[in-house]
Design a protein around this ligand. Structure first.
Ligand code: NAP
Length: 328
């Protein structure tokens, strides 16, 4: 362990980190719920409910969703489950507005729909899912709408997702009373571009980095090999990580992760997630799960730390990966 204990508090095995510059304690392992919908295939409400129930039982208090996940289905499942389980107050709900819903009026309209689907009076964290790439909404337009929603008590905090540093700075400059608390970006032991610019900026400015695809969509869990790739019926169909040429490279890192996992009596998924939280004090991975057992496994990434030597071993193995996105 090479972070001082002041940097995190430990409650049983779950640990909590402070969200941005707030006083909110969020679990160091969150729950991603893109899985609820067509993209990943969890369409049975009871399965979704069992995943949420297991997560809350194990101390996960941060649930990430988005208006686009299953076109509202993920939010609906979460709203219904939290109500039935009577745990709304134990959970910090983070959702997102797509880059297409960012005109001033649409921010209000879309937020009202999220509130309804989630069956809540207030959303804890509203994130801009991606910048409005081709719509040309000025940043100040949607940031002012979001700040107004904070004023009116409909959302508590504002976050962004997939924002480069320049846009994040510009978004922060458009806010007059509150600050951006988080940037949700892809970060896993294979895809580490966030380390170049985004994570240092977040560390300097106390902004939480919510790491999406922290398991590289399952690629680093050890269950897939170059001869046993996932069935391409879900979002992985077009993901370059699983292209056979790339996956051969990825698997060299997975083999190191597997060796380290054996040494600690942990699973490769736990080591992969632990590597992320050990790498930076502002990172909070939000792995997705298709079954409660996967939640249980992922939560086991908290409450311990890789040694410096083992962290380095994985770092070195992944640093010079030769993977390309130019696969067609
Ligand atoms: N902001 C954004 O633009 C953005 C983009 C992507 C995702 N996200 C968020 O980030 C969350 C996580 O990312 P993700 O879903 O792309 O990928 P991920 O968390 O890296 O991988 C999730 C997949 O890995 C497998 N898995 C999970 N836990 C496992 C375990 N312990 N052992 C073995 N396999 C396991 C499951 O699929 P199989 O069992 O089928 O292998 C699961 O669907 C999403 O749910 C979403 O909330 C946000």
């Amino acid at each position: 362990m090479f972070y001082s204990t002041e940097e995190f508090s430990i409650c049983m095995t779950m640990e909590y980190r402070i969200l941005g510059k707030t006083r909110e304690k969020i679990s160091i392992i969150g729950l991603g719920t893109w899985q609820f919908g067509d993209a990943w295939g969890v369409k049975d409400y009871n399965v979704a409910k069992s995943i949420i129930e297991k997560a809350v039982e194990l101390g996960v208090n941060f649930i990430d969703t988005a208006a686009v996940y299953g076109r509202g289905l993920s939010e609906e499942f979460i709203g219904k489950a939290l109500k039935e389980l009577n745990v709304r107050d134990e959970v910090f709900i983070a959702t997102k507005l797509p880059g297409d819903f960012l005109s001033y009026e649409d921010v209000f309209r879309a937020t009202e729909k999220c509130l309804k689907r989630l069956q809540v009076d207030v959303i804890d964290l509203m994130q801009v899912h991606w910048p409005p790439a081709w719509h040309n909404f000025p940043t100040y337009e949607y940031m002012r709408a979001l700040e107004k929603l904070v004023d009116l008590g409909k959302i508590r905090y504002i976050g962004v997702s997939n924002f480069p540093v320049e846009m994040l700075e510009s978004a922060r400059n458009c806010l007059s009373k509150v600050d951006i608390v988080s940037n949700q970006i892809r970060y896993n032991v294979i895809e580490r571009d966030a380390e170049k610019e985004l994570i240092p900026y977040a560390e300097k400015n106390n902004i939480t980095v919510l790491a999406w695809s922290p398991l590289a969509k399952g690629a680093v869990t050890g269950k897939y090999t170059p001869d046993n790739l996932p069935e391409f019926t879900d979002v992985r169909r077009t993901d370059p990580i699983f292209h056979p040429d790339n996956f051969k490279e990825v698997y060299r890192v997975v083999e190191v992760i597997k060796e380290v996992a054996e040494k600690y009596n942990k699973t490769p998924a736990q080591v992969s997630l632990n590597w992320l939280i050990t790498s930076s004090r502002v990172v909070v991975p939000i792995p997705g799960a298709k079954r409660p057992e996967q939640v249980e496994d992922n939560v086991g990434a908290a409450g311990w730390r890789l040694s410096y030597e083992d962290w380095r071993r994985i770092e070195e193995a992944s640093r010079n990966l030769r993977i390309t996105r130019v696969v067609w």
